[in-house]
Design a protein around this ligand. Structure first.
Ligand code: SF4
Ligand code: SF4
Length: 359
């Protein structure tokens, strides 16, 4: 009996416990949705029932005071129902149409919850931990995202782009963000092998595990003075930071070496064309906190050239493929260099597929 009653799953409650009644009543019956204006969607069921979702931009790291404001708005206008999207937007779920306009006014009065992020615009940037939390970032996450979104805000609460532009950020190539498949991706890159702190490595790290953690087999055992340690073959190292995850005595963050690579043209959707991997656009931009001007201006330039040149409904990658990648570099003024070229000669006989341009 004890075993039968034992709670073993302490994860979040089942999702349908948190649905508004109209969603429960119409489960499996939703026919379509329309975007009424930037940030406002109506979802229509075959029973005729409707529910509205109001999408607002928000930050990824939120204070409890801010969340209290969100909960109060949800209590007053939505019977307590709201949700977070995967891109850290907040969506208020409105079941009562008479609450729609009052909620829009309340959001405008609040000022910190701008409506938008739908349709042919730029929605919130999906991003990773950055300097705030993770141990292997080459760049910050929240700081870069804030600087970029401040500049692109006009595209957040409007539908003036040819299609949606999904931007993502991962602060290292472990890639907790969606940088492999976004219209524009910001990727933190390390460019130097780890530093080895020989004097305390064997006290902090398991040497066999550290060696095994390296995907390119660049690490081997070593002895330095009286210390058992490791050596790194720098020519084999791809600066991934896996060893540092295993062994804190092998840091690879480097103020001068770390920075940003920009990728473009990826998408998850299979509408109109197959899903695509992002391709390398800019191999390296130095870290420039607090406002990352080179990164921000480069992204803005890509978005503006795309906005002026692409056909309606064409995603960034579809546009670049139609005009040709050579033209993409020409029109955006980005330099094309040897970093963009993959000349890995065994690609045809291995599983390796490339996001670089084939030589
Ligand atoms: Fe950490 Fe890398 Fe993930 Fe960023 S992308 S949160 S640095 S593992
Ligand atoms: Fe190996 Fe990556 Fe460490 Fe380089 S950074 S030594 S490739 S685990």
């Amino acid at each position: 009996e004890f075993q039968a009653n034992k709670i073993t799953d302490i994860g979040p409650p089942k999702y349908d416990e948190m649905w508004p009644q109209v969603i429960k009543d119409n489960y499996g019956k939703w026919l379509y949705h329309d975007i009424l204006e930037p940030g406002v969607l109506v979802h229509v069921s075959e029973s005729g029932a409707k529910v509205w979702s109001l999408r607002c931009g928000a930050t990824r790291l939120m204070t409890t005071m801010f969340l209290e404001q969100v909960c109060k708005l949800a209590d007053e206008y939505c019977g307590g129902f709201f949700r977070f999207t995967t891109r850290n937007n907040i969506e208020f779920i409105v079941s009562d149409e008479s609450k729609l306009e009052p909620l829009k006014k309340a959001l405008a009065d609040n000022g910190a919850l701008p409506l938008g992020g739908t349709g042919a615009g730029v929605t919130n940037i999906v991003h990773t931990q950055g300097w705030v939390h993770c141990h292997t970032p080459a760049i910050d996450a929240s700081g870069v995202v804030k600087a970029v979104m401040d500049e692109l805000f006009d595209y957040f609460n409007s539908h003036k782009l040819p299609a949606q532009v999904r931007i993502s950020l991962a602060c290292c190539l472990n890639m907790c963000g969606a940088v492999h498949c976004s219209d524009i991706s910001i990727l933190g890159v390390h460019r130097k092998p780890p530093v080895i702190e020989h004097s305390h490595l064997d006290k902090m790290c398991e040497i066999p595990t550290t060696i095994a953690a390296c995907p390119t087999a660049a690490i081997k055992p070593n002895k330095v003075d009286e210390f058992k340690s490791v050596a790194v073959n720098a020519d084999r190292c791809m600066f991934c930071g896996n060893c540092y995850t295993m062994c804190p005595a092998m840091p690879l963050a480097d103020a001068a070496g770390d920075g940003i690579a920009l990728w473009v043209g990826g998408k998850v959707s299979n509408a109109k064309s197959m899903p695509m991997f992002s391709k390398l656009a800019v191999p390296y931009i130095p870290n420039e906190p607090p406002r990352w001007p080179t990164t921000v201006n480069t992204i803005k330039k890509i978005v503006e050239v795309y906005a002026g040149d692409a056909m309606k409904y064409e995603r960034v990658g579809e546009w670049a493929q139609r005009i040709g990648w050579e033209k993409f570099f020409e029109k955006t003024g980005l330099e094309f260099s040897h970093h963009h070229i993959d000349d890995y000669r065994f690609a045809a006989t291995t599983w390796r597929t490339s996001t670089q341009f084939k030589w």
